[in-house]
Design a protein around this ligand. Structure first.
Ligand SMILES: NC(=O)c1ccc[n+]([C@@H]2O[C@H](COP(=O)([O-])OP(=O)(O)OC[C@H]3O[C@@H](n4cnc5c(N)ncnc54)[C@H](OP(=O)(O)O)[C@@H]3O)[C@@H](O)[C@H]2O)c1
Length: 249
């Protein structure tokens, strides 16, 4: 447990054990924040990340497990962070589920699951963290997707959820001002999904990206650092980090 007297700011990173979430947790830790790394199933990766970062600064990382599809577990995440560290300065809504829902066959269960993790969880996490964020004049960063604006065929439920998260970003920028800034990052192709897509599809995506490559987790992490540290007059905005993909028709 961190000493009560520590003044280091505190971030919650949801889905922080792996991939973009872990890159973000590392970058925020490097800029001096203490981190509540939330995870659901990736226990091994979460513990490895905690060990790695606590070796750099003792007691600077706690792990909190939970299924954020369940609003009460989101509230527990906020409570556990406050118990461990006593303050919250940043909420990064990164946890997500991404899978196809071909329109004719999409089920209510899929809709509920995709909307729950990608939209409902960020809403209620922000609500639970808001009093602490107001106290610390903190920040929320929602990780959305360029597909929120240009929906991907066969992924309508996911795209609707991310579109809702863009709107939530703007709504909360008003609701929580002037104390709390709320912004979003829209990644393009950063890390391929775990249930691998084929090489032709990858090539097609890269060929339509002006910078002719995919990004990596650090590209998103650096944008989060910008929104937290260097953008005091920026709120309600979506920053695209997509190698220029969104300017190609
Ligand atoms: N990867 C890309 O190229 C890309 C492109 C566009 C947008 N994005 C957005 O960027 C963010 C990060 O992307 P990513 O690919 O790194 O994410 P990801 O691997 O798809 O998901 C991040 C984490 O979310 C957690 N999660 C999923 N369902 C959950 C639930 N019901 N409750 C709690 N946690 C849950 C999982 O944690 P556990 O592993 O611990 O279960 C997972 O590791 C996401 O918001 C994604 O939509 C990514």
């Amino acid at each position: 447990m961190a000493p009560e007297s520590s003044n280091e700011p505190v971030a919650i990173v949801t889905g922080g054990a792996r991939r973009i979430g872990a890159a973000t947790a590392r970058a925020l830790h490097q800029m001096g924040m203490r981190i509540a790394v939330h995870y659901r199933e990736s226990s091994g990766a979460a513990h490895a990340l905690q060990t790695e970062l606590n070796e750099v600064r003792e007691n600077s990382v706690v792990l909190v497990r939970g299924d954020l599809g369940d609003v009460s577990q989101g509230r527990s995440l906020v409570r556990a962070t406050l118990t461990a560290f006593g303050r919250i300065d940043l909420l990064v809504n990164n946890a997500s589920t991404f899978y196809p829902t071909p329109f004719a066959r999409a089920t209510e269960k899929q809709w509920d699951e995709l909307l729950a993790i990608n939209l409902k969880a960020p809403f209620f996490l922000a609500q639970a963290a808001a009093p602490s964020l107001r106290e610390s004049a903190g920040t929320i960063v929602n990780i959305v997707d360029i597909y929120a604006e240009r929906p991907l065929i066969n992924y309508s439920a996911y795209c609707v959820a991310k579109g809702g998260l863009v709107t939530l970003t703007r709504a909360l920028a008003r609701e929580l001002a002037p104390a709390v800034r709320v912004n979003a990052i829209a990644p393009g192709a950063i890390i391929w999904p775990d249930d691998d897509i084929d090489d032709v599809a990858k090539q097609r995506i890269v060929s339509r990206t002006p910078l002719k490559r995919r990004g990596d987790g650090d590209d998103i992490a650096r944008a989060v650092v910008y929104l937290v540290r260097d953008s005091g007059f920026v709120t309600g905005q979506v920053i695209r980090v997509d190698g220029g993909r969104s300017v190609v028709p």
